[in-house]
Write a protein that binds this ligand. Structure first.
Ligand code: HEC
Length: 129
């Protein structure tokens, strides 16, 4: 290899490494599942309850859409990963519809945000709420 080829090869390698890192970084979840639960779902005064009761504001819907994508990138603590992703996908789709003001979105969201069903399938039993 002459000097130019070596340089090119080195540049290419760096490019590939950076590219691979970039893809990984883009897939890093912003929040853990626990953080999402605490921010959106936990307790009687939760954002979730406000939204489910029909009192959600555009800011509330935006917060949902901000937090929920992380669930898609997190592994479920237990249970089937595909099933988890299907659940979360429905939840996120309904949240996006809420944000977009689509009719019927609230019912779809409430159906998708089934605490018990999801916890039974994906939450460690000793932590059941
Ligand atoms: C799409 C699935 C899913 C839905 C829907 C869901 N949860 Fe969770 N929730 C989880 C998982 C998984 C955990 C366990 C997270 C962990 O241990 O890392 C969890 C944990 C929690 C925790 C414990 C957080 C902590 O600090 O350890 C609370 C509280 C909670 N959920 C409340 C709710 C409520 C209330 C609802 C419904 C209004 C709900 N969740 C809906 C999946 C879900």
């Amino acid at each position: 290899m002459n000097k130019v080829t070596k340089l090119l090869a080195a540049a290419l390698t760096v490019g590939i490494l950076l590219g691979a890192y970039g893809v990984r970084a883009a897939e890093q979840p912003k929040y853990t599942t626990k953080e999402v639960m605490k921010a959106i779902y936990k307790g009687k005064e939760s954002l979730h309850h406000k939204i489910a009761d029909g009192g959600g504001s555009p800011e509330d819907f935006a917060k949902l859409v901000e937090y929920l994508p992380s669930l898609q990138l997190n592994d479920p603590p237990v249970g089937d990963k595909k099933e988890w992703q299907d659940r979360v996908k429905k939840l996120l789709a309904a949240a996006k519809d809420l944000k977009a003001g689509k009719p019927g979105a609230l019912d779809a969201y409430k159906g998708a945000a089934n605490c018990k069903e999801c916890h039974t399938a994906h939450k460690k039993p000793e932590e059941k709420h």
